[in-house]
Design a protein around this ligand. Sequence first.
Ligand code: ZN
Length: 161
Amino acid sequence: MTNCKFRIGIGYDIHRLELNRNLIIGGVKIPYEKGLLGHSDADVLVHAIIDALLGALALPDIGTLFPDTDPKFKDANSIELLEKVYTLVKEKGYRINNIDSNIIAQAPKMMPYIPQMKEVLGKVLELNIDDIAIKAKTKENLDSVGEKRAIEAQAVVLLIS
Ligand code: ZN
């Protein structure tokens, strides 16, 4: 690994919305008629942040680290996976400078839950809430996200040694 002070990482994720699933985004349970489908709890924002952290370290992605073929990760709490990845960040001698992210969902409204998400993520990642941005976007009714069949998330992180 280069002996550089900064490392940047990008993460992206998408999960399908289905009936009879809990909707958990940013570690927060959001009341809605549907939830995200996945092997774990399918927390799309946390997965994007995990991939951004792993990307910044040039490590293999979340699917390689926590394979969905492994029963150990069935219904896994993504916040616990994030804790594991953050431990890797610290072991490599880095801390997080800041995170920027987007949740792209046509429904439900994310805005009311964002302060709570920032609190959860700040606690796990030892960050001030001023260093975590979570923006709520829609897809203007276009494509699968716009048709409320899926939710997407994107994240960028900056690590500093
Ligand atoms: Zn995911």
